[in-house]
Ligand binder design. Structure first.
Ligand SMILES: [Zn+2]
Length: 223
């Protein structure tokens, strides 16, 4: 069950086309998975439309980002033919296929090879073009990311499975935004592990044990 959503102010900015592109992609992918936020976005957009078309309000031109967002929300699901499942709508690790939320499907082909990291972790970089870079991180059962904090922000969306980080437990569809105020230790005890999609704007900063030795290199694998 989804328990962690973007905050309402971010949903409003997203609906008005006013949040940055990385955040817009994350929220868009979360909204694909979350009926509650779909409903919230529809209500926010209805309010925005009322304002836009009210005779008392000067009509401002719709910017292209807003139109793009409306297009994304209203576009129909891609036909589920076999080829699209294999090539566009899912990613594969070790023979396992993970279906992606609609907003991320166009990046499936921009996903690099998986590399195996320490601690039963797998990472595949994703080239988001103008938006920057993201990563899919897969934690096998018992896998853990060493305890770390962030110099910037870390946005994470659970695509499949469950994980915890010492702060909370997260399920499929959960969205989190971590900043330098948060120190956490993501780990998965789910039988099928956990796949997350994550965007960080600065390298992670490992805070404990031998993982601190990784700090000079952390930009190589978590950014
Ligand atoms: Zn939600």
């Amino acid at each position: 069950m989804i328990s962690f959503h973007p905050n309402f102010a971010d949903l409003q900015r997203f609906s008005a086309g006013n949040c940055d592109t990385a955040m817009a992609l994350m929220i868009s992918a979360h909204v694909d998975m979350c009926p509650q936020c779909q409903q919230d976005c529809l209500e926010i957009q209805a309010e925005l439309a009322k304002e836009l078309f009210s005779p008392q309000t000067a009509i401002e031109p719709l910017d292209s980002q807003y139109l793009d967002m409306v297009t994304k929300i209203t576009e129909l699901p891609i036909a589920d033919n076999v080829e699209s499942i294999a090539n566009n709508t899912s990613i594969e690790l070790d023979g396992k296929f993970f279906e992606l939320p609609r907003a991320l499907r166009k990046y499936a082909k921009n996903t690099g090879n998986w590399s195996r990291l320490v601690g039963k972790l797998w990472q595949a970089p994703v080239d988001l073009g103008d938006i920057g870079k993201a990563n899919f991180i897969y934690m096998e059962k018992g896998g853990r990311v060493p305890e770390h904090t962030h110099k910037g922000t870390e946005m994470t969306l659970v695509i499949d499975g469950q994980y915890g980080d010492g702060i909370a437990e997260y399920d499929c569809g959960d969205f989190t935004l971590m900043s330098s105020r948060h120190k956490h230790l993501p780990h998965s005890e789910a039988d099928d592990g956990c796949l997350v999609f994550t965007i960080v704007d600065q390298p992670l900063h490992f805070t404990a044990g031998i993982a601190r030795l990784l700090n000079p290199f952390s930009h190589l694998f978590f950014k």
